[in-house]
Design a protein around this ligand. Structure first.
Ligand SMILES: Cc1ncc(COP(=O)(O)O)c(C=O)c1O
Length: 273
């Protein structure tokens, strides 16, 4: 396996980042997960734009899109696989042990892992912890993901693959690594960005392609929605068959099934929508 680090490809066994990297010591970094299908990245332009928005939000130097594109292409070419999870990580770089940032400049790592297409339907739980819709990091895709690690571990204990959060005012927000959509009276709704959720790229495409509405939704909408589905880079559109103790339509309900179909078609037509 060869990854991109410090401006070029390196073997994973010998590639080294400082043990004082601010991404490691304090979680001062941002990332993107990009789907690579048959050696081609999906929606890379949108991912690079979000990487830049996250960098601005953290006050990191803006990433050089040409370099990141070259890095992605090189890593994909060096590691052929049918379905890959391309991971772009960009941190504050070598720095002091506290929260002040150092002068060394950022670290860029691009790596690739093999993955398989997600199952058509899955289960999720809700967790009692909240997303903060007013935090300094709200809406940024930072490497400070330990809350998601804890929530996802809780989901696994309940035979679920995702944990859903409400925000501080009790509204539905998002999952640890996905956005959430509900069907009410046959119409698709998803929480607005003001709920504190990440501006998911799959979410944006799903809104564009299905006409889903952005609506403030109380967390308990999950107890009455006709259908619920998740969106993310690696899930695409994925039906939920269970939320907590509540069973939902076996495979995908009709509205979700249609959204899955539309997403598959449109994303197959254009690799950089
Ligand atoms: C917290 C969070 N919400 C939502 C998403 C979905 O975003 P995307 O569709 O861009 O993968 C992610 C990313 O994987 C995420 O980490």
């Amino acid at each position: 396996m060869r990854i991109w680090l410090d401006g070029g490809l390196q073997d994973i066994e010998s590639a080294r980042v400082s043990v004082f990297d601010h991404g490691l010591t304090v979680g001062d970094g941002i990332f993107e997960t990009v789907k690579a299908v048959d050696g081609r990245p999906f929606a890379l332009t949108r991912h690079l734009d979000r990487l830049t928005r996250s960098a601005r939000g953290l006050g990191l130097p803006e990433p050089d899109h040409d370099e990141v594109r070259r890095a992605c292409a090189a890593v994909i070419e060096a590691n052929p696989m049918p379905l890959g999870r391309l991971r772009i990580t960009y941190t504050g770089g070598h720095g002091p042990l506290g929260s002040d940032r150092g002068e060394h400049g950022p670290t860029l790592v691009v790596a690739l892992g093999e993955t398989t297409r997600r199952p058509d339907a899955t289960a999720a739980i809700t967790v009692p912890w909240t997303r903060n819709e007013r935090g300094a990091l709200t809406g940024l895709k930072t490497t400070s993901y330990a809350e998601n690690v804890v929530a996802l571990a809780r989901a696994r204990q309940h035979d679920a693959t995702e944990a859903l959060f409400g925000n501080t005012v009790g509204q539905l927000c998002e999952g640890t690594g996905s956005n959430v959509f509900v069907v009410l009276d046959g119409e698709i709704h998803t929480p607005p960005l003001a709920s504190g959720c990440l501006a998911g790229i799959t979410r944006a495409l799903t809104i564009e392609w299905t006409g889903a509405k952005e609506t403030d939704l109380p967390l308990d909408v999950l107890e009455r929605a006709e259908e619920v589905f998740l969106t993310s880079t690696l899930r695409d559109v994925q039906a939920l068959r269970r939320v907590d103790e509540r069973e939902l339509p076996g495979s995908a309900g009709p509205v979700t099934a249609k959204a899955v179909r539309i997403f598959d078609e449109r994303s197959g037509e254009d690799l950089d929508p």
